[in-house]
Ligand binder design. Structure first.
Ligand code: Z5A
Ligand code: MG
Length: 222
């Protein structure tokens, strides 16, 4: 991995079910990359601090209602309002590590089984966003994840929804236009075991991207 400011940074994304350890591992990866001399920024979606993010927060915590399509578009808009900043950081040599990205945007909305919101429809408004160099999918069963801290009280934190989300993540992961970017990490081990697997994967993938001098890419339609 390079520390040269003339080279672009990378886009690394964490995905997975509730309580799979995304936030824990995201923070650890940011610290690791910084310890290697890299410039790193840490983002998360939903970003609840913006006006759109506050609307999302009210919906997730149950203090407001939203029509299914409308809340889907708000989650997507929450990414689009950050997209230019992510792109310019990467272009100026900073690696951006994100806790949940468009994959969550697609699967949680599609899991509602609204007849006009299949995965392809849900993904369409993400087309054009910066494409990850690597998506680390932290894989754990919903039952195992729930043992860690139990489900919370937010809108989607229910076993049935989580099971459907897991199925849809699997469908998305194996889609020919997605699978190249995604590496599945066994998230059932200790924090340190998962962290070690992530570091190995990140070193390998970023090495490949740099060897190819691959430019930052953008999400294409299916
Ligand atoms: N959502 C959406 O619908 N559309 C979108 O476009 C986006 C999101 C972006 C809020 O997400 C909801 O928004 C989410 C999807 C939807 N709904 N659900 N369900 P969020 O990111 O704010 O919340 P979350 O990430 O799902 O929950 P979380 O609690 O932050 O989970 P996590 O980050 O994956 O886990 P963690 O906080 O790192 O760890 C959970 C606990 O386990 C904690 O006590 C840790 O200390 C412990 N832990 C972590 N790793 C381990 C290991 N390896 N062993 C044992 N214990 C561990
Ligand atoms: Mg989290």
């Amino acid at each position: 991995m390079t520390t040269s400011s003339s080279k672009r940074g990378h886009l690394i994304v964490f995905e997975g079910l509730d309580r799979s350890g995304k936030s824990t591992q995201c923070e650890r990866l940011v610290e690791y990359l910084q310890s290697q001399g890299q410039k790193v920024e840490h983002a998360r979606f939903p970003n609840r601090s913006t006006v759109i993010g506050q609307m999302i927060n009210n919906y997730l915590t149950g203090t407001s209602q939203q029509e299914d399509h409308a809340i889907h578009l708000l989650f997507s808009a929450n990414r689009w309002e950050a997209a230019e900043k992510i792109k310019s950081s990467i272009e100026s040599g900073t690696t951006v590590v994100i806790d949940r990205y468009y994959y969550s945007g697609c699967v949680y909305s599609a899991a509602k089984r609204n007849p006009t919101m299949d995965l392809a429809w849900c993904r369409h408004m993400e087309v054009g966003l910066p494409r990850p160099d690597l998506c680390l999918f932290l894989d754990i069963t919903a039952e195992k994840a729930a043992i860690r801290r139990g489900f919370g009280t937010e809108r989607y934190e229910k076993q049935e929804m989580q099971d459907r989300v897991r199925e849809l993540f699997a469908e998305m992961r194996t889609h020919p236009d997605e699978e190249e970017d995604i590496v599945v990490i066994d998230a059932g081990g200790t924090v340190e075991q998962v962290e070690a697997a992530i570091q190995t994967t990140v070193k390998r993938r970023l090495g490949e991207v740099e060897a190819e001098s691959r430019p930052l890419r953008f999400i294409q339609p299916w």
